[in-house]
Ligand binder design. Structure first.
Ligand code: ZN
Length: 288
């Protein structure tokens, strides 16, 4: 059994960011979850070229905590109680290790309605973060709440959403792209992975970070080949267009990214070699 760090904290201007590891899944793949529209051997070749095994991969789950000094804001809630048999759903333990009780969270922001992001909203029959105001993307909340045009593969996601997320609807805050969660944290449209998927630009004292959630879910397959189909994406073409838009933005602005499914601590930059983006994990940039 390997033992790894489960949280990583660093300053971003006057803010403090903590990357929290809810756990990780080990799966067969990435093909055909990634690159189902490609030849299997081409997907294997790209992974081998990047020093990764071709037929097994690890997918971490990494909620982000932003302490603005005024508010403690959690982005996504991990796999919750249902994940604990399979090595995830550990967010509450990791939060405690990082020095925070669940009752201290002021705001929970949900980037989109998929299970690994919403399941931790409830702990049994109780809200997992009893004092938190919940923030949803308006479009995303409506999509799951109305339940029209849900693909067969997302039936269970919809059931879970109605159980753990919909009950917060009455008291929740609903935002659109361009809206601020608080001063310094702005929602950006990143539709495609889910119909109303949002990412968040964080800025304090001229230091920036993009919390890109599930814009890109494998740091090689989806980053070097943004067009390859990803089975978790709701709309393949829209998700690919969003990847390219977001990649271009963070590369041009040279800002660090926090990615929910990027290798822990889920922080990196994008380098462009020719027309291909590459993930550059952060090293000591935030420790200085
Ligand atoms: Zn996810």
């Amino acid at each position: 059994m390997s033992e790894n760090p489960s949280f990583y904290r660093f300053p971003l201007g006057a803010f403090e960011i903590t990357s929290l590891l809810d756990g990780s899944a080990k799966r067969d793949g990435p093909y055909p979850i990634f690159g189902a529209d490609q030849k299997e051997e081409d997907v294997h070749a790209l992974l081998k070229q990047n020093f990764l095994p071709p037929t097994r991969y690890e997918s971490p789950y990494t909620p982000t905590l932003v302490n603005t000094g005024k508010d403690l804001i959690l982005f996504d809630t991990g796999n919750g109680p249902g994940g604990r048999d399979t090595g995830s759903g550990l967010l509450r333990d990791v939060l405690a290790k990082a020095g925070h009780g669940p009752d201290q969270i002021d705001i929970v922001v949900i980037t989109h309605g998929h299970p690994d992001h919403i399941a931790g909203l409830m702990e049994g029959d109780e809200p997992a973060f009893p004092n938190a105001r919940i923030v949803f993307g308006a479009l995303e909340f409506d999509y799951w709440n109305k339940g029209e045009n849900i693909p067969e593969a997302r039936r269970q996601t919809r059931e879970l959403f109605m159980k753990v997320a919909a009950p917060f609807g009455e008291k929740a805050t609903f935002i659109d792209p361009g809206d601020d969660v608080v001063t310094g944290i702005r929602a950006i449209e990143a539709y495609g992975h889910s119909p109303g998927h949002l990412v968040f630009h964080v800025e304090s004292e001229n230091h920036q970070l993009l919390i890109w959630s599930d814009t890109c879910n494998h740091y090689v397959a989806s980053l070097q080949r943004p067009d390859w189909h990803v089975s978790f994406d709701n709309d393949h073409e829209q998700a690919a267009a969003t990847r390219k838009k977001i990649f271009d933005m963070v590369h041009t602005d040279r800002i660090p990214v926090h990615g929910y499914h990027m290798p822990f601590p889920a922080l990196g930059y994008l380098d462009k070699r020719g027309s291909t983006y590459h993930w550059v994990p952060t090293s000591y940039q935030f420790n200085l």
